[in-house]
Structures are given as structure tokens and as C-alpha cells.
Design a protein around this ligand. Structure first.
Ligand SMILES: [Mn+2]
Length: 268
């Protein structure tokens, strides 16, 4: 049995199939864990989701910003050109209820190597330790179960930029979602700098993982997607980026957790 974490698929179903072939994915033995953004921009988002539903028992995933967007469209009965196949699919209820239950953060421990992996779409900010991040993800699971319509309605926007423990209600949920699914740069205090996407250095814009790295103990790892421009390069061996920009014509990447080996396929 092997665990594979797969970076942002974004509707690149053909490449996902090729990657599954390359890793010899066996749904009876292996586990696929998606790092979020299964859908949007790419050509076959519906096929990707149907693959996940079909292999439900051997698939795990965390929610990305595009998955949240899809949930919003589904729950609020909105239209969207690029996701219309999903919105019009006879499967859309099943897709909705599967997606809605996904967490923002997953943790997996590998027995053989004793390494533990914390997987979220954008990462974990240094202002949260791993336990706190897990608690916030658990809190959001409950909130999404009970009040998803309003959470999704109120998740839009970049403010508040800085996490505070006493944030409440929809401001609190929006901020948690923004850190887990949209974060790239933080300022020195840990506030989100959501406007910046390029890699040029800029005053008080620090890639989130630079400081989070100091929080990690031996055998603790974080895996994330979302930041295609990085091409996975964090220069850290325990914070691993898996968005290698398949939808932009680059590669789809899987990480085998047992030996931290990367397996890639090129965009067709
Ligand atoms: Mn993303």
C-alpha cells in the first residue's frame, strides 16, 4: 500500500489518468490524496470529480479556493461557463455532498518512516501551530455542515488580512478559508498579502513557508498546492509544493509519502 498526494489537477483529467497509470494506482490498496483545486480552468473538471466519486474509498482531498467557488455555485444555484458541465450534471447533488464534507487540512502519519504529513491547499501560516491548524480545520467542518449557505455567501473578500483568535462569525470563517486556500505571502506579523502572486522580492512580503519552517519538528512535513509560479520549489525538504502548473501547460505531480519521491507527467 502506498499514499500519494497529488497537486492541483484543475480539470486535467487526461493527465490524472496518465499519472495514475505511472504510479500503478490500485484503488484496492493505495490512497490518493488531492491537495485541492480539483476543478476549474482545465478542460475536464466533471470527469475529475466523477473519478473521485467512483474511487471514493481510496480518495481523500482538501478543499482549494476553486473547489470553494464550485461549492458556492452549486449551493447558490449560480451559472458559470467553465464549470457548467458540473452544474448541469445529473450527478451534481452527489458531487456537492462529497465536496462539502472535505476538510481544509488532512494529516497522515506513515508508520514505516514515522514521518507525519500535514496537507492543505495553500499551506499553514506560522502564527498557527499544527495543532491549532487542525482545530481550525475541524471547526470549519462543523460550520460547513451546519451553515454552508451563509459561509459560502460571506467568504468573498481579502479582509480581515490578519488572523486574531477573537475573530467571530463569518469574518472568522472567511479568514480561516483565506489562510488555508489562498495564502502565498505573509507580512512579518502573519497578515495575508493576497494581492501579490509573482516571485519578485518585495518589502514585507515573505513566502509563508519561510517562517512556518521554524515551527516544524523532525519528521513533520507540510504539503501544499496552489502556488503554480513556485513550480514546487520551496528549497525546504519538509515543506513540499505540489502545484506544478499542469493547467498552465507544465506538469502534474504526485508525491509518494512512503519515500517522499516525486512522480510527474507532462501536460498533453
Ligand atoms: Mn488554488
Amino acid at each position: 500500500m502506498a499514499h500519494y498526494v497529488i497537486g492541483d489537477v484543475q480539470g486535467c483529467y487526461d493527465e490524472l489518468k496518465l499519472l495514475c497509470k505511472k504510479i500503478n494506482f490500485n484503488p484496492n490498496k493505495d490512497l490518493l490524496i488531492f491537495a485541492g483545486d480539483l476543478v476549474n480552468r482545465g478542460p475536464k473538471s466533471l470527469e475529475v470529480l466523477n473519478f473521485c466519486l467512483k474511487n471514493k474509498k481510496s480518495v481523500r482531498a482538501v478543499l482549494g479556493n476553486h473547489d470553494f467557488y464550485l461549492l458556492y455555485l452549486l449551493e447558490h444555484k449560480k451559472k458559470n461557463e467553465s464549470l457548467k458541465n458540473i452544474l448541469n450534471s445529473k450527478n451534481s447533488n452527489k458531487i456537492y455532498s462529497w465536496l462539502k464534507k472535505l476538510p481544509l487540512l488532512l494529516t497522515i502519519k506513515i508508520k514505516s518512516s514515522k514521518e507525519s504529513f500535514w496537507i492543505s491547499h495553500a499551506g499553514i501560516p506560522f502564527i498557527w501551530d499544527l495543532k491549532k491548524a487542525k482545530n481550525l480545520s475541524d471547526e470549519m467542518k462543523v460550520v460547513m455542515k451546519n451553515d454552508s449557505f451563509n459561509v459560502l455567501e460571506n467568504m468573498w473578500g481579502d479582509r480581515p488580512a490578519l488572523w486574531k483568535d477573537d475573530l467571530e462569525g463569518y469574518e472568522r470563517y472567511r479568514t480561516i478559508i483565506n489562510y488555508f486556500t489562498r495564502m502565498r505571502y505573509l507580512d512579518k506579523k502573519g497578515g495575508l498579502k493576497l494581492k501579490k502572486k509573482d516571485l519578485k522580492s518585495e518589502h514585507n512580503h515573505i513566502p509563508w513557508f519561510v517562517q512556518t519552517h521554524n515551527n516544524l519538528k523532525d519528521k513533520e512535513n507540510i504539503i501544499f498546492g496552489h502556488w503554480a509560479a513556485l513550480e514546487g520549489k520551496t528549497k525546504l525538504d519538509n515543506i513540499i509544493g505540489l502545484d506544478t502548473g499542469c493547467v498552465w501547460g507544465n506538469k502534474l505531480t504526485a508525491l509518494r509519502l512512503e519515500d517522499k519521491r516525486l512522480i510527474q507527467v507532462k501536460r498533453k
